[in-house]
Structures are given as C-alpha cells and as structure tokens.
Ligand binder design. Structure first.
Ligand code: MF3
Ligand code: CO
Length: 249
C-alpha cells in the first residue's frame, strides 16, 4: 500500500530501462503497415529486447504469452499477437510493451493509424495522445494524483469520448505494478500528494464511443462493448523536483 520513493540511482536505472524500451518501440514502428501480422511485430520486439540485454516484462505475467500487447480497433488493451491477425488500411493499432533492465521496469504504449483512418479515429488518437501529455505536465511535487487523472478525463470527455474505468495506470519500479493506481478519471486536487522520486506509468485508454469494456473468452483481450475503436498511449514518468521526467520518450 505504500508508494515507493525512488533514489536518484534508481531513477537512473529506470531511465536506462525506459530508453531501451523506446528503442524497441522505434524498431517496431516501420513494420506497422498493411499486410503485416501482429506476430511479425512481436518477433521484432523480442529480437530488439534481447539485443539490448533486456527482459520482456509482460511475457509470463499472470500467464500472459507475449512480449507485446497488440490491440486492434475495438480492442482496448491486452490483445495478443497472432500470425493470423493481418493489419489493413484504416486499422487503429495499440502496441504496449514493457522491459526489465537490472531489475527495473519500464512500460510504454503507442497507438498507430495504419495508413489512413477515419476522421473520428484520427481525432481519437490525437486527443488521447494530447491528454497523456497534459497529464505528464501535472507531474510536479506538491500536486495531487487527481490532477493527473483529471487532466486525462477532461479533454477526452469534452471531445465526446469514453474514458475506460476498468483499467488504470500505476506506480512502477522494481515491479511492473506498484502503488498508487493512476485512474484516468476523477477530480483534480484530490488523492495522494505527488512527491519527487515517485515514478508513474500514466496510460489513458479512451474509446471513440461509450466507456464500457468487456473481456473476451480468451481471458485477456478487452474490447469496447459498443464496438467503437479505442486508443491507448502510455509513458513511464518520474516526478523530480524540477517536474516531470519522461523516461520512455
Ligand atoms: N501496460 C499494461 C499494464 O500496465 C500491460 C500489462 S498486461 C500484461 O498493466 F499482462 F500483458 F502484462
Ligand atoms: Co502500464
């Protein structure tokens, strides 16, 4: 239940973990094209994680089978790479990945438009990404956790989008999920005080339609109940005395 405060040496280790994770994401990006399978992307991820001497954080987590979560269109999070899932023009693909280096975790996600997507989905991606950036700007000592949550919720709901309630961001460090939970909704000015040395994975999961989600019988894939498309962006962010330090940029 306690929020771990990281030392400068620990944040330095997490910075290295985050920098490697960004290289992995960057290596995958050119393969996000029509005709690629999500298993093709998984292979690129596994290769690059190994090349940097890192460990895939998701593989084996509660039995999860892969290094990546690849969630397409109405899939919100935790879609599993599959050789039969072929990307096509107009798809919206969230890629979520985590690394462990020297015992320290990093976690980041990005949602791509595959070729040209509809106007509403283009807006979904830009508003969701902007909400993450607004939330990062709240990562100052003395603020409250609710400032982060509200910074995500406000612009997304103002745009008419649904903020997912069932999944939340989290503290991160020597475990992938530490306290506190970081909801993408809730009032500003409430919740725990933000302190230098906290490290948070902030991850808006936003639906073009209603907020409700359900999990498919595979036990992992979360989809929107109304079939609308969903976007997910995530950064691992350290709170320093000078403000936010994005470790996965
Ligand atoms: N980024 C997600 C999270 O923060 C991914 C972990 S789910 C896993 O919880 F099971 F695939 F590992
Ligand atoms: Co996460």
């Amino acid at each position: 239940m306690a929020i771990h405060i990281k030392s400068a040496a620990e944040i330095e280790k997490m910075r290295i973990s985050g920098a490697i994770l960004r290289k992995v994401h960057n290596a995958i990006a050119p393969y996000v094209v029509p005709g690629a399978s999500t298993m093709d992307l998984e292979r690129v991820a596994v290769e690059h994680i190994a090349k940097h001497g890192a460990i895939a954080a998701f593989k084996g987590y509660h039995g999860y089978p892969s290094a990546l979560c690849t969630s397409i269109n109405n899939e919100v999070v935790h879609g599993m790479p599959n050789a039969k899932r072929i990307l096509k023009e107009g798809d919206v693909l969230s890629i979520d990945c985590g690394c462990i280096i020297d015992g320290y975790y990093s976690d980041a996600a990005v949602t791509y438009a595959v070729g040209k997507v509809s106007a509403i989905n283009e807006r979904l991606l830009s508003v969701t990404q902007a909400s993450l950036e607004a939330a990062i700007q709240q990562c100052h000592p003395g603020g409250r956790l609710g400032d982060i949550s509200f910074a995500v919720q406000q612009p997304c709901e103002a745009a008419g989008f649904g903020v997912v309630r069932e999944f939340v961001g989290h503290g991160i460090g020597r475990a992938m999920h530490e306290d506190p939970q970081v909801p993408n909704f809730g009032p500003a000015g409430k919740g725990p005080r933000l302190k230098a040395g906290m490290v948070l994975a902030i991850e808006p999961m936003i639906n073009a339609g209603k907020p409700e989600v359900r999990v498919l019988p595979d036990g992992w894939t979360a989809v929107t109940v109304d079939g609308s498309y969903s976007a997910h962006f995530e950064h691992t962010v350290a709170i320093t005395k000078d403000g936010p330090l994005v470790l996965t940029r």
